[in-house]
Design a binder for this molecule. Structure first.
Ligand SMILES: NC(=O)c1ccc[n+]([C@@H]2O[C@H](COP(=O)([O-])OP(=O)(O)OC[C@H]3O[C@@H](n4cnc5c(N)ncnc54)[C@H](OP(=O)(O)O)[C@@H]3O)[C@@H](O)[C@H]2O)c1
Length: 309
């Protein structure tokens, strides 16, 4: 059971927020081929049913539909866990900006070589796929695409894959990247355009202003909202999540910490910070166990509301 420290809201019968047409349309679960170097993860997925069974399945299908079922639907076990963990994210409605990171105990999201397989355990990866399935768009920085050659699709649980968004002001993503070659729609955000005549139809180049070399996170979110993509997961890496955190545009931040010490590597959260702890961010939090790992969810929207009632 998760160790939820806040009550779960239920909004039975809430309208689904899933867009149904255009680039924001839910993409069917494509059960795509997993990367060869991800074989152990996939073996784990295949050992367990891909589609949830029992009350977990009922609750998960409702959540995917944008509805939070009443607590009675969850008869303990997985249904109650899913409701506690993801119900509040669904109840937030059509506009929600989440970020996630999986980090070592000493705050790194990858080894210094960029090797990030795997910082956290299988339960956290399944949790990450659930977060992907509950949003319209997933955002990563180009260094993550270069290091991981990730697909960013939903594979280990049932559910639609989100639109994939790559922040790449200098258009330096490897042209061989798998997400540019296959899968659901990609929004490739560049500054000033990319001269790429041979892009496949699922890739749209989005030109955004980057006056000092970086996009304002609010501009990225506005470009997504204009395409009907209001529920967004900023998935990494550390620099990208830190930029969205520092810009004050995140509603929730989910950081899973693994009992792993890397010593030196790719850092997770880094931002200007405060001189005094009294001025540091201390938002309301809840936590739950994911196998050996521990996930803390910070309610940044609630902290903002408390500062500016
Ligand atoms: N454990 C996890 O949860 C997790 C998740 C994802 C990734 N990772 C790992 O994290 C590592 C990469 O992380 P990272 O922090 O080095 O890089 P990153 O966040 O993946 O990418 C950073 C780059 O993306 C571009 N970018 C990001 N935000 C931007 C913005 N607002 N405006 C314009 N450009 C923006 C910039 O490209 P330019 O440099 O071209 O300006 C920036 O340098 C990889 O090793 C990956 O495996 C771990």
């Amino acid at each position: 059971m998760p160790e939820a420290t806040t009550p779960v809201e239920t909004t039975a019968g809430a309208q689904s927020f899933r867009p149904t047409t255009g680039v924001g349309a839910a993409v069917p679960d494509e059960d795509d081929a997993a990367p060869e170097d991800d074989a152990s993860f996939v073996a784990g997925e295949n050992a367990a049913p891909t589609r949830d069974e029992g009350d977990g399945g009922t609750v998960w299908r409702a959540l995917l539909d944008g509805r939070v079922p009443p607590a009675e639907v969850a008869r303990g076990g997985e249904g109650a866990e899913l409701l506690a963990r993801y119900g509040p994210l669904v109840a937030a409605g059509p506009r929600l900006v989440l970020a996630q990171l999986g980090q070592s105990l000493d705050g790194f999201v990858a080894a210094r070589t960029g090797d990030a397989r795997h910082v956290t355990g299988e339960e956290d990866r399944r949790h990450l796929h659930r977060l992907r399935a509950l949003v319209d768009a997933v955002v990563v920085g180009v260094s993550t695409v270069a290091a991981d050659d990730c697909l960013l699709t939903v594979r280990s649980v049932g559910g639609p894959s989100p639109v994939r968004v790559v922040l790449d002001p200098r258009a330096r993503a490897p042209r061989t990247a798998r997400l540019l070659a296959e899968g659901p729609p990609v929004l490739w955000c560049v500054a000033g355009g990319a001269d790429e005549p041979a892009l496949p139809p699922h890739v749209e180049v989005v030109s955004l202003p980057a006056p000092s070399g970086a996009f304002a996170p609010a501009d990225v979110l506005a470009a997504l909202a204009a395409r009907g993509l209001g529920r967004v997961l900023v998935e990494g890496g550390g620099r990208t999540v830190s930029a969205f955190l520092a810009a004050g545009v995140l509603d929730r931040l989910l950081v899973t910490t693994a009992p792993l010490l890397v010593g030196d590597g790719v850092p997770g959260l880094r931002f200007a910070g405060a001189d005094r702890l009294a001025d540091a961010l201390r938002p309301p939090a809840r936590r739950f166990a994911l196998g050996e790992d521990s996930c803390l969810e910070l309610d940044l929207a609630a902290a903002r509301a408390a500062r500016h009632p």
